[in-house]
Design a protein around this ligand. Structure first.
Ligand code: ACO
Length: 203
């Protein structure tokens, strides 16, 4: 159970494990192994966070100190996206050149590496922070997700960040229910109701 799990800051030695967790939860919350190049999903959703926002990266670790889940946060999404352009995407483009897709789900991710999305200012104005969270199946459903999110929100509050948003796959009904239960609500500025949510309690 989660009582044996502790929340701690992520370390450089966690990188490979967090890439693995990302892949094993990357198909709308289910295992995406076989759908993607093993490093591609992590190079989009994990690597830049550990490299550029390490102080807001937390893991849930077992008694053996091995991570079974993580939450990765960014306080200022626009500044993060600008830094990624300079400090992250160039290296990722070398690892994943145009046309390098080898697995069924890779094409869309390779496109993201080469044409990164920009979060609209209509979202970042009120909710400048954002987060990603993934727990391995054996760590799900025991309060670990809540512990990680609350740990990150407390740190964002401490920094005076006024709001946080996130994006959820419309097919990921479990995560959508989880976020709604924790108080996240659809962002009014986003017309696609599946695209993002925000946490008024983070104010
Ligand atoms: N509907 C309603 N309530 C829910 C749901 C749901 N689908 N799921 C969880 N809850 C409630 C729980 O009952 C619990 O309530 P309580 O604290 O008031 O008793 C609370 O939410 C917290 O639940 P946890 O046990 O902490 O949830 P868990 O540890 O499973 O974490 C998570 C949720 C992060 C979605 C986890 O299941 C997971 O990692 N899934 C696979 C990967 C994934 O889908 N990640 C999200 C991708 S989207 C993104 O990162 C932006």
């Amino acid at each position: 159970g989660s009582t044996a799990l502790t929340v701690r800051g992520a370390r450089a030695t966690d990188v490979a494990r967090l890439y693995e967790i990302c892949l094993r939860t990357g198909a709308a919350g289910s295992d995406a192994t076989g759908r993607h190049d093993p490093l591609l999903l992590g190079d989009v959703y994990v690597g830049p966070y550990l490299a550029l926002s390490p102080d807001l990266a937390f893991v849930l670790a077992g008694a053996d100190d091995v991570a079974v889940g993580y939450v990765l946060g960014v306080a200022d999404t626009t500044a993060f996206e600008e830094r990624c352009d300079v400090e992250w995407w160039p290296g990722a483009r070398e690892r994943h050149p145009v046309g390098s897709a080898t697995h069924p789900g890779d094409a869309e991710l390779v496109r993201l590496v080469h044409e990164p999305e920009r979060t609209p200012s209509a979202v970042t104005a009120d909710f400048p922070a954002h987060l990603h969270i993934d727990l391995l199946p054996e760590a799900q459903g025991s309060g670990g997700g809540r512990r990680l999110v609350e740990h990150l929100l407390a740190e964002l509050r401490r920094r005076g960040v006024p709001g946080v948003h996130l994006g959820v796959d419309p097919e990921n009904l479990r995560a959508r229910g989880f976020y709604a239960h924790l108080g996240f609500r659809p962002v009014p500025a986003v017309t696609d109701p599946a695209a993002a949510a925000s946490d008024p309690d983070a104010a």
